[in-house]
Design a protein around this ligand. Structure first.
Ligand code: MCA
Ligand code: AMP
Length: 509
């Protein structure tokens, strides 16, 4: 049997004879070298085995971005475990749900969160809880050097799961998108070719979080396939970005990265002299940002489109027109069609829901077969939930969302989840959470609240109870009280009308 384990493609023993080339350069730390990658992921894999983590077991991870966190990911692949990264902003209450749902064999959290989370792990019957800090500290890796790194790469079939990434749902309940070894390796190989990755020469600027597809798979997989050195920054810090840019050739970011860089006078064409490619995705890039960026640096940002359930789906061409406001063409091997609400393909030029098929499309939602079935059309087309239009040449523009979703600084916020929390606050009659334009984050969540008259309510009485229940980025940045919500004749809340009414309410960060 062919071993489809993604680890073999990404690392294997490909780099053992590599010269001392850095893989991850992290400020203030010694670089993690390519030549060390197989041995070090072997040590972590040996630790996982000591904790009885084997093929098919889930390893849930809520840790700071660090070279060690990448080693944990690679070690999971190597032993055939399923990697489940969580946003570090999630509260213990949110994490409890994921633990309950995924039933991990091992949960790894930040050392400072241990107290908060061990009880949750126990309640969820997680056999092992360990800690990992941003410097590799914590108890996960204690004495790991004493173990043998000779851990074989477990045989995996193409459809075996490599990772589960949680994505919120329109019902408010998070769903685990199951991604197979083949989903991830096929997408990585396509991107590596499509963006003309320069093997051993590209240097990647990485300031994205590593718990989402963008920072974890798109960026790191391309770097591994291309044996690229990565400036691996904990977060988007303008000073560090400006410091690193002269040494880099590729940057991937969400639109907020680009608007923030444009607000920094230090961004010049000279600073980007070595750069080859700026890529944007996860949220719509404004045409104005595209234009200003080109004016300032000479680079036309390459915008691409993807989603957790399918990795990357479409991209502007590497060579050829990178058009602002479009996400380019379906990637090789990916089929895209624009359909009406019943799954009938629409003629070019008409707006409808984007549906897709291809080796990148996930295996379904973890333990939700019915939900999974509802998201696919006959013939295997996955319904993306994005509204789009395709021109005569096949070029795609995303024009809106069929589902109720806010994208803030590249993070998804599902209004339903926030509304459920707000509606539970005493004194609230009902609420509607909408996305409003915001200069820095693109859009942010705002809550429109109707009181029930039983008690005095101000903004603080709405926000306060959300602390500890919802991650900060999901919490409304503005609360507006109204007498009633606008509804249509069917009784449905008219969110478009609310968005229009309050569109200028939050603007500056
Ligand atoms: C932080 N805050 C936010 C956000 N980020 N609020 C709304 N939206 C956000 N995205 C809040 C914090 O809770 C805090 O609130 C305050 O803003 C400042 O937080 P800080 O951590 O300093 O913010 P930052 O470091 O400046 O981060 C902003 C950021 C970051 C750089 C835009 O959110 C980011 O890296 N986003 C990228 C997300 C991403 O990778 N998305 C890809 C997923 P307070 O002060 O009140 O406590 S999508 C995907 O993977 C698909 C497949 C795709 O197509 O790529
Ligand atoms: P996620 O579920 O976090 O993977 O987010 C995926 C969603 O992000 C997609 O369904 C789109 O709505 C949005 N998205 C990603 N890339 C783009 C883009 N380039 N333009 C517009 N929306 C995007």
């Amino acid at each position: 049997m062919t071993n489809h384990n993604l680890y073999l493609r990404l690392v294997g023993d490909r780099f053992e004879k590599a010269a001392e080339q850095p893989f991850l350069i992290t400020p203030g730390r010694l670089p993690l070298l390519f030549s060390e990658l197989h041995r070090m992921s072997g040590l972590v894999a040996a630790r996982l085995q000591q904790l009885n983590v084997g093929p098919g077991d889930r390893v849930m991870v809520q840790v700071a971005k660090s070279p060690e966190s990448v080693l944990v990911y690679l070690a999971c692949l190597r032993v055939g475990a399923i990697y489940i990264p969580l946003n570090t902003a999630y509260t213990p209450a949110e994490v409890s749900y994921f633990i309950e749902d995924a039933k991990p064999q091992l949960f790894i959290c930040q050392p400072g969160e241990r107290e908060n989370l061990v009880a949750r792990s126990k309640a969820g019957n997680v056999p092992h809880t360990r800690t990992l800090g941003s410097e590799g500290d914590g108890d996960l890796l204690i004495d790991v050097e004493r173990l043998s790194p000779e851990v074989p790469v477990v045989e995996r079939e193409a459809d075996d799961l490599a990772a589960i990434l949680y994505t919120s749902g329109t019902t408010g309940r998070s769903k685990g998108a199951m991604l197979s070894h083949h989903n991830l390796s096929s997408n990585a190989q396509v991107l590596h070719r499509y963006w003309q990755w320069q093997d051993r020469q590209d240097v990647l600027l990485h300031a994205l979080p590593v718990f989402h597809v963008h920072g974890l798979f798109v960026a790191l997989h391309c770097a591994l396939l291309g044996q690229s050195t990565v400036h691996f920054l904990a977060r988007f810090n303008p000073d560090q970005i400006i410091d690193c840019l002269p040494d880099c050739t590729v940057m991937m970011g969400v639109p907020t990265f680009y608007t923030r860089l444009l607000n920094d006078a230090r961004l010049t064409d000279q600073l980007c002299a070595k750069m080859r490619l700026f890529i944007s995705g996860s949220a719509p890039l404004l045409a104005e940002t595209h234009r200003q960026f080109e004016q300032r640096t000479g680079f036309r940002i390459l915008e691409r489109y993807g989603m957790t359930e399918a990795g990357m789906i479409a991209s502007n061409p590497y060579q050829g027109d990178r058009l602002a406001g479009t996400v380019g063409y379906p990637l090789p091997g990916v089929s895209v069609r624009i359909a009406d609400n019943h799954g009938n393909e629409l003629p070019r030029g008409e707006t409808g829901v984007l549906e897709l098929k291809g080796p990148n499309v996930f295996k379904g939602y973890w333990q939700m077969p019915e939900k999974t079935a509802r998201e696919f059309r006959q013939g295997g087309w996955f319904i993306s939930g994005d509204n789009a239009v395709m021109d005569q040449t096949g070029r795609i523009s995303i024009v809106g969302r069929a589902r109720d979703l806010i994208i803030s600084g590249g993070y998804n916020i599902y209004p339903k989840e926030i509304e459920a929390e707000i509606d539970a606050i005493p004194g609230v009659g009902e609420s509607a959470v909408i996305g409003l334009p915001h200069e820095d984050f693109g859009e942010v969540a705002a809550a429109i609240v109707v009181k029930d008259g039983s008690r005095q309510l101000g903004e603080q009485q709405i926000i306060e109870p959300l602390q500890g229940r919802l991650a900060r980025f999901k919490q409304p940045k503005l609360v507006i009280f109204v007498d009633e919500l606008p509804r249509n004749t069917m009784g449905k809340v008219q969110k478009a009308e609310l968005r229009e009414t309050y569109k200028a309410s939050v603007n500056r960060p």
